[in-house]
Design a binder for this molecule. Structure first.
Ligand code: ZN
Length: 301
């Protein structure tokens, strides 16, 4: 297991962590400048932030700072109610892939969607099994586009509390079942399916830390399918379902054994800090939040 205590070379900042500081959007290019000034080597930007800053301007700023991506957030939202919305989803995901290519992302992260309409407040139906079938179909279709572009897809299982509105893939096991169904190469010597590298998972501690099957599923994933590793902490009590994630060390997630498990499979990428925090970390000066991320990355990750 890598020692993170001495420096932060393996820290990446998911730019949602500092997206709206003190009530104002912090422009992405300024976030990139602030990360580079602190010796942070990688980021994972969100599409809306990139759109606001401009795709080419973002690519240029990344290049001038020598910043890498640890992922691109995000594609997905595959569930639909009619052919029109199905096509719109496919087109939008293709655009996300193209943006990911322009920005040299190592993968496009997928939040797969829940019951159609639920995120807007009105679910079109209650058929979560049907939603999951649409998700698998949607990933299968996008995988063709992704292979053409050589851009890996990382399915991010979300905590079950988001099953209705954001993602009906809720465990690593479910995500890996989809990987095996759509991208199963021959089993390796240990009987484990080895993917082509085109389809894998993003392991976000906030979503999976509670899962009794977590370690077994990390082993099942193996190096080829572990495409991203997101960290934050689970606060007790949690006061908001979306925007009350904790800074590493402030909550109940035993982070290090999970990182050890991922690295035991050969994962050697960035540890990406992803914190949505409307009542704490978004209230501070962005530079202060970044400084705390660096300190906690060394001490708690
Ligand atoms: Zn995440």
């Amino acid at each position: 297991m890598r020692d993170f205590s001495a420096d932060h070379r393996w820290l990446s900042i998911n730019t949602a962590t500092v997206r709206k500081q003190r009530g104002e959007d912090w422009p992405l290019l300024d976030i990139l400048d602030a990360c580079a000034a602190r010796g942070i080597r990688a980021v994972s930007p969100w599409r809306d932030q990139v759109a606001a800053a401009g795709l080419q301007a973002t690519a240029q700023r990344l290049k001038s700072h020598g910043l890498e991506l640890s992922g691109y957030c995000r594609g997905g939202m595959f569930t639909y109610t009619d052919a029109t919305s199905r096509h719109a989803v496919r087109d939008d995901n293709r655009r996300a892939l193209d943006e990911a290519c322009t920005l040299n992302a190592p993968c496009l992260v997928l939040v797969v969607g829940g019951l159609p309409g639920a995120l807007a407040g009105q679910a079109a139906h209650r058929d979560i099994a049907g939603a999951r079938e649409q998700v698998t179909e949607g990933i299968a279709a996008l995988l063709e586009d992704a292979r053409e572009r050589r851009m890996p897809l990382a399915i991010e299982p979300l905590h079950p509390m988001y099953a209705a509105d954001r993602a009906c893939i809720n465990t690593l096991e479910q995500a890996l079942d989809v990987c095996d169904a759509l991208d199963a190469a021959a089993p390796d010597g240990e009987g484990r399916h080895v993917g082509s590298g085109a389809l894998g998972v993003a392991v976000d501690l906030y979503h999976v830390w509670w899962d009794p099957k977590l370690h077994a599923q990390i082993e099942r994933a193996g190096k080829e399918r572990l495409l991203a590793f997101h960290v934050c902490d689970w606060l007790t009590p949690t006061t908001h379902l979306l925007e009350d994630r904790g800074m590493m060390g402030d909550g109940v997630i035993d982070i290090r054994p999970i990182r050890a498990a991922v690295e035991a499979q050969g994962f050697a990428g960035y540890s990406e800090v992803e914190i949505f925090s409307s009542t704490n970390w978004w209230r501070r000066d962005g530079g202060e939040t970044l400084d705390v991320c660096i300190e906690r990355h060394k001490r708690c990750v």
